[in-house]
Design a protein. Structure first.
Length: 98
């Protein structure tokens, strides 16, 4: 949330404090690739979006990318959220235009 608000120094301080307090899952913040293209998915999520655009189901995508269906569902959901879309059809349309 702090990263999204542009409060990078506070976000970094918060991460350090969480690690010091032995919190197990501390968000690392946006990756460099995400910062350079904040509107679009990167890495594995870009691959998944391309396969969704090709019409593959989550099970087919999971098999092709050697993921569990649950992991694929998570990535697909994250892609839709990042693009500000809920219907898969909108995501497919966006993928085709990109």
């Amino acid at each position: 949330m702090l990263d999204g608000l542009g409060a990078a120094p506070v976000a970094a301080l918060t991460r350090r404090r969480l690690r010091t307090a032995a919190v197990l899952q501390v968000p690392r913040g946006p990756r460099t690739a995400t910062r350079t293209d904040p509107a679009g998915p990167v890495g594995r999520r870009r691959e998944i979006l391309a396969l969704v655009a090709d019409g593959l189901t989550n099970a087919e995508i999971a098999a092709r990318l050697v993921l569990s269906v649950r992991e694929d569902d998570h990535h697909a959901s994250a892609v839709l959220t990042k693009l500000g879309m809920t219907p898969a059809a909108k995501a497919v349309d966006t993928a085709r235009h990109r």
